[in-house]
Design a protein around this ligand. Structure first.
Ligand SMILES: NC(=O)c1ccc[n+]([C@@H]2O[C@H](COP(=O)([O-])OP(=O)(O)OC[C@H]3O[C@@H](n4cnc5c(N)ncnc54)[C@H](O)[C@@H]3O)[C@@H](O)[C@H]2O)c1
Length: 460
């Protein structure tokens, strides 16, 4: 019997190495069909999972409580598995070069515990060549085994989108690759156990590695183009959103919008490709230009806010600005590499006192990584400008009249309460001669309504 048959007959186990946003949902999905060992170096995380808690919010506490994944931080348990999936982080360093430390370290751990007849599949996003040229030599050295003879390798990039309940592991076609036909067939059959949308067999491991890294590079470049358009149209006094709505009626106009590009994927993966290209003697032009535009957007937004405030006769040094939303995108607690922080830091350099409101963000991570504390919406009063940076569901019910209150001494008041008691003059309603600067980065509000309500309105 082959490895696949042994796995489905529960004579052999699958292991997951790295149980974060990617690895944990994969482990849980496989555990519905076969025996799974879930390994992570982070003991605290393993204890949370064992205690039935899901810090990533990807599958929820109930699913973690009921899963049969055998969670462990004991690397020796990896010896019990014959099919290994590695999903550890692949970040960049300060200088934007790939930091392969976690994937190299995971390869060493796995190598020490690798047994004959195993298949190792990498899921982490990498540049073409990392699996075969970086990880395989480590696996061979640590195990004393020979790749292609004693064990085989494959690659299958992850395409999930955290916080997205529609595009999930089960519903996204999975690209799979193996070092030879037999390995490819086994890897494909194993993933077909959980991926209902089916698999695409790539012709080689390097092709699959390249496919993943260009998916996110393409997205990055398209958003950079939108950001550049936004800078140009703002200079011309034309509304970018209105231009995109008009252009979007053409059948082949691509649907992208301007915005901050943060997180650990789109803002990071293109650097993996450009790094490898540079090593091969080619200096990327389009990819790096796109990266530069997107990386500079936080500064541009802060400068645009200051310009609007100056035009509204505000004294900048010592002024107060509220920012709504600090995560790298909407409806996720994830603050890794969020570019909203660039807006905060840049405004602070002008002497602005910045208040950040975000009911979704992971408070501890925000403090640990950026030394930023969160405020409650009720604390937002006497502002000189308000920035809506991330369109969380929680913010969609906030009304323009409520935002106006944030500029006065009473501060935010729920509009129902406001209407009930307005007649009693209990609230010191805002002075109508004031200039209300509203920076609506993602176009959550209607421009005309905002302007008619008296706001100095700006969006990307
Ligand atoms: N999160 C996404 O949306 C997403 C989507 C597609 C691809 N990816 C890629 O998937 C990979 C993993 O991303 P993630 O978001 O799950 O990261 P993550 O940080 O959420 O999780 C990674 C986990 O690996 C663990 N880990 C680190 N070093 C380890 C080691 N040596 N041995 C065992 N465990 C180790 C960490 O403790 C952590 O729990 C990255 O390459 C990323 O680019 C992520």
């Amino acid at each position: 019997m082959g490895l696949y048959e042994n796995i489905i007959n529960k004579m052999e186990k699958i292991s997951l190495i790295g149980l974060g946003y990617v690895g944990m949902p994969i482990a849980v999905a496989f555990a519905k069909k076969v025996d799974v060992i879930g390994f992570d170096v982070n003991k605290e995380k393993i204890n949370l999972y064992k205690g039935g808690l899901d810090p990533t919010k990807e599958v929820g506490n109930d699913v973690i409580k009921n899963t049969t994944v055998d969670f462990t931080s004991d690397e020796a348990r990896l010896r019990e598995a014959k099919f290994h999936i590695v999903a550890v982080p692949t970040p960049v360093r300060e200088d934007h070069t790939p930091d392969l430390t976690p994937i190299e370290s995971a390869s060493r751990t796995l190598g020490r515990n690798l047994t004959k007849g195993s298949i190792v599949v990498f899921e982490s996003t990498v540049f073409p060549g990392v699996t075969e040229d970086v990880c395989v030599p480590i696996l061979e050295k640590e195990s004393g085994l020979t790749c292609g003879v004693d064990f085989k390798v494959g690659y299958s990039p992850e395409r999930i989108n955290p916080g997205d309940k529609v595009h999930r592991l089960e519903t996204i076609i999975k690209v799979v690759a193996g070092q030879d036909k037999e390995t490819l067939d086994t890897v494909a059959k194993v993933y077909e156990l959980v991926v209902e949308a089916g698999v695409h067999k790539a012709e080689s491991i390097k092709v699959a590695e390249a496919a993943k890294v260009i998916e996110n590079s393409q997205r990055d470049i398209n958003i950079a183009f939108m950001n550049e358009l936004s800078i140009i149209f703002n200079k011309m006094g034309i509304d970018t959103k209105a231009v995109l709505e008009a252009a979007g009626t053409k059948w082949n106009f691509l649907n992208f919008s301007p915005g901050l590009v943060g997180g650990h994927c789109i803002g990071v993966d293109p650097y993996y490709l450009t790094y490898k290209a540079e090593q091969m003697g080619y200096h990327s032009q389009i990819i790096l230009s796109g990266r530069k535009i997107n990386d500079d957007m936080g500064k541009y937004i802060a400068e645009s806010t200051v310009k609007k405030m100056i035009k509204a006769n505000k004294q900048i040094n010592g002024s107060k600005v509220a920012i709504f939303g600090v995560t790298f995108k909407e409806n996720t607690p994830d603050v890794r590499n969020t570019k909203v922080v660039d807006v905060v830091k840049e405004l602070e350099e002008y002497g602005v006192d910045v208040k950040v409101v975000d009911p979704v963000a992971d408070k501890e991570d925000l403090w640990r990584e950026y030394r930023i504390n969160l405020c409650e919406v009720e604390d937002i009063k006497e502002m000189d400008a308000v920035i809506f940076a991330v369109p969380h569901e929680e913010f969609k019910t906030i009304k323009l009249e409520e935002i106006k209150m944030m500029f006065g001494p009473t501060g935010y008041v729920n509009s129902e309460v406001m209407n009930e008691v307005a007649a009693t003059s209990e609230f010191d309603l805002v002075n109508d001669n004031k200039e209300y600067v509203l920076m609506d980065l993602k176009g959550m509000f209607n421009r005309k309504e905002a302007e008619d309500t008296g706001f100095v309105y700006w969006r990307l």
